[in-house]
Design a protein around this ligand. Structure first.
Ligand code: HEM
Length: 485
């Protein structure tokens, strides 16, 4: 046996440990002693604290590092530094996830997939926290907790509950477009490498002249779309998708995506036939063509899953100058929800963890809190001895920069504050358009997948759902109704 290099086992404070296999006791039948068991007690106490709360949604995920290379100068639309010069490389971290299942669920659930990218730009981190679908189930954030409750486990049985899932959708017709995507042949990706990513939301760009544009992001897989059916998914191992990504990167088979944008001017937005900020709708490509702007490649696996993937914190509120939000109410609510989740799930200083830290100077007047000064990086040692209040008279202290102020966000018409009911907006046309694009085989897969779950719902829920499918396309409704009989 080759001689192993000496590497002393230590306690967490660095003391060498003499024995890691036997506790210290007062003789064979005597009790554990306090003396000599420092290491045992430390092990047990740390073990009790190994878990942090899993994400309330998107709990099950896989992450990797990579880079984004810009292939189009976007200075006409945005002043974001990483989008100016063709060839600019920006390092990034991505986390893919399922949505509804806990950490112990399967990689092959029929569920949207999270597609969260953290771009480490020279001006701070920009997080694109999207999904593998271009739309979402809702357009008002007040419905989000109810929606998620209905999709997760039944509170009594702790089991998935197809009846509850459809009961929510039957009473939320704005979900129909996303439901039709989810139940289609695209509903279960074969792997994270074989799916697209979308901002889904309309975000905004603003340029050096402070002109604002509305933008949707698309990440098109260069591996091609590959999906599995319910029957195939049932045969696959729960960890198959995680394996696929880790193995392909370990082998040097680096997955990549072509990054594209749809851009709308403010003038176009004013007159456009659909509300450009309605998250349940796409912008048809015929009206707003996609343009290629770069390539994203994943090329490095994490060293430690917990510290780099579990503790990664993505937020639609992590913005950089030149990229901002839009009048989409879902997006606006997410700005609050994510930072709040991070403070609860990871801690007040989550931004100081290596996977989350910006790759540019971080200089501010926030101080202290749990685990402040976690990393060795100079900017993160709790801002060292630097002045901790503003305004101050200290030379070289951090100052706001008015040049990075974004242009005002327009409010259309007369501004008022009251609940804003969107029930009367068109929920069905785009779901119908999607249905009519499908081949016979795709239509059959769609209606069979729907019927498989919907048959567990009450007759009243089934009737409401069939009415929605019919409103999208008469044939769609007829086929589902036939299967339910
Ligand atoms: C009002 C609507 C929404 C709310 C309140 C909400 C809330 C949340 C929360 C609390 C988390 C867990 C964050 C954490 O613990 O780190 C999360 C994760 C996530 N959400 Fe949402 N969400 C909403 C809509 C959306 C939409 C529309 C998308 C996609 C377009 C999306 C994509 C994601 C992704 C990808 C993650 C996982 C991020 C990661 O990998 O850490 N969410 N969401």
């Amino acid at each position: 046996m080759s001689e192993q290099k000496k590497c002393p086992l230590t306690t967490s404070t660095g003391m060498s440990v003499a024995d890691d296999q036997n506790s210290t006791t007062a003789g064979e039948q005597g009790p554990l002693t306090f003396m000599g068991n420092v290491h045992l007690f430390e092990k047990l106490a740390h073990f009790n604290r190994e878990r942090i709360p899993e994400r309330v949604v998107h709990a099950r995920g896989t992450g990797a590092y990579g880079e984004f290379v810009l292939t189009k100068d976007l200075s006409e639309y945005t002043c974001a530094d990483f989008l100016q010069k063709v060839g600019t490389k920006t390092s990034l971290f991505i986390r893919f996830s399922t949505v509804g299942g806990g950490q112990d669920s399967s990689d092959y659930a029929r569920d949207p997939r999270g597609f969260a990218v953290k771009f480490y730009t020279k001006e701070g981190n920009w997080d694109m926290v999207g999904n593998n679908t271009p739309v979402f189930f809702l357009r008002d954030p007040i419905k989000f907790p109810d929606f998620i409750h209905s999709q997760k486990k039944n509170p009594r049985t702790n089991l998935p509950d197809a009846a509850a899932i459809y009961e929510f959708w039957a009473n939320s017709p704005q979900s129909l477009h996303q439901v039709s995507i989810l139940m289609s042949d695209r509903g279960i990706p074969y792997s994270y490498r074989h799916m697209h990513g979308f901002s889904s939301h309309t975000l905004s760009f603003w340029n050096a002249n402070k002109e604002r544009f509305w933008v949707k992001w698309h990440f098109k897989t260069n591996q091609g779309i590959r999906t599995v059916t319910n029957a195939e998914a049932a045969q696959l191992p729960a960890n198959g998708v995680q394996h696929d990504l880790v193995d392909s990167i370990d082998k040097g088979d680096f997955p990549s995506w072509t990054v594209q944008l749809q851009i709308m001017t403010q003038a176009q937005a004013k007159d456009y036939k659909i509300n450009p900020f309605d998250l349940t709708k796409i912008w048809p490509h015929a009206d707003f063509p996609v343009m290629d702007i770069g390539q994203m490649t994943l090329n490095k696996n994490v060293e430690n899953y917990f510290s780099e993937v579990e503790q990664a914190t993505f937020s639609p509120g992590h913005l950089v100058p030149g990229i901002s939000i839009s009048p989409d109410k879902m997006l606006q609510a997410r700005i609050l929800a994510y930072g709040d989740a991070h403070r609860y799930r990871v801690g007040a200083n989550a931004d100081q963890l290596p996977v989350n830290t910006a790759r540019c100077p971080v200089q501010h007047y926030q101080r202290d809190g749990h685990m402040a000064g976690m990393t060795q990086a100079a900017d993160h040692t709790n801002q060292t001895s630097k002045v901790n209040f503003y305004p101050n008279e200290q030379a070289g202290s951090p100052q706001p920069d008015p040049a990075v102020a974004e242009p005002p966000l327009p409010i259309l018409g007369e501004a008022w504050i009251q609940t804003y009911d969107t029930q009367d907006q068109d929920n069905f046309s785009q779901a119908g358009d999607l249905y009519r694009l499908m081949s016979e085989d795709q239509k059959n897969q769609l209606v069979n997948n729907i019927a498989e779950g919907l048959k567990h719902a009450t007759k009243a829920v089934q009737d409401k759902m069939v009415a929605q499918f019919t409103a999208a396309d008469a044939d769609y409704g007829k086929r589902v109704a036939r299967l339910l009989k």
